[in-house]
Design a protein around this ligand. Structure first.
Ligand code: PGA
Length: 254
């Protein structure tokens, strides 16, 4: 059984103080962490204070970085290494987000390098893939997404794949208010799962979590989560307000 996972990607939003208020507010909510996994990905500057806060509150909330650099240390002004992320308390990292790909020019092979380094050092990885609008219009979305999955997971071992969560995020649905229909999302999730079966085996394809991302909000989360192959959500905009994030975590009650 794949336990649902709701992940907040705060992107370049919320200060340390905002994040602390948010997490403190989560502590007062009635959340059954036995039935849902919760991940919060704040900016680098908030990793340490928020990991500490979560630890002190004994809340089973995982803190994830939104990115990392491939080198351990050295002259890479402005970059943050994996040991820094881990030292700050993050246990997971989001890699391959479309904003990293499209604004910062990250390629599948560069992402693959990061994926392997992160897994090697024991971090869980949320690997994002997704097609652009023109690719969907040209009906090549499946090829595009499966090619991203294949290239980003190249040479990832059978053991390490267990620490990967895939997030299917159609680029045209991110931050636009346009969500993929639950059927379209399910269709892509099924294709990704079948591809993982080809790359690895049935057991791995059945256990790997595949999240949907792109304008997920309290109003559509329940329907998306009702689909067989949608195991959770990676949420940007609707994760920034605690009231709305709680509704996403408690999607069953919506
Ligand atoms: P959104 O972002 O929920 O604001 O569309 C999702 C994401 O980019 O991960």
């Amino acid at each position: 059984m794949r336990r649902p996972l709701i992940a907040a990607n705060w992107k370049m939003n919320l200060t340390v103080e905002d994040g602390e208020k948010f997490i403190t507010a989560l502590f007062t909510e009635d959340i059954d962490y036995n039935i849902v996994d919760v991940v919060i990905a704040p900016s680098f500057t908030s990793l340490y204070p928020l990991s500490n806060l979560v630890m002190k509150g004994h809340a089973p909330i995982a803190i994830a970085a939104q990115n990392m650099y491939v080198e351990q240390d050295g002259a890479y002004t402005g970059e943050v290494s994996i040991s820094m992320i881990k030292g700050a308390g993050a246990t997971q990292v989001i890699l391959g987000h479309s904003e990293r790909r499209n604004i910062f020019g990250e390629t599948d092979s560069f992402i693959n390098k990061k994926v392997k380094i992160a897994l090697n050092s024991g971090l869980g990885v949320i690997l994002c893939v997704g097609e652009k609008e023109e690719e969907r219009d040209a009906k090549v979305e499946v090829e595009v997404v499966l090619s991203q999955v294949g290239k980003c997971l190249k040479d990832v071992s059978y053991d390490d794949i267990n620490n990967i969560v895939i997030a299917y995020e159609p680029v045209w649905a991110i931050g636009t208010g346009k969500t993929a229909s639950s059927d379209d999302a399910e269709c892509m999730h099924k294709r990704i799962r079948a591809f993982i079966k080809q790359m690895y085996n049935t057991e791995i394809s059945e256990s790997i979590k595949i999240l949907y991302g792109g304008s997920v909000k309290p109003g559509n989360v329940k329907e998306l989560m009702s689909m067989e192959d949608i195991d959770g959500a990676l949420v940007g905009g609707a994760s920034l307000k605690v009231e709305s994030f709680i509704k996403l975590i408690n999607f069953k009650n919506n």
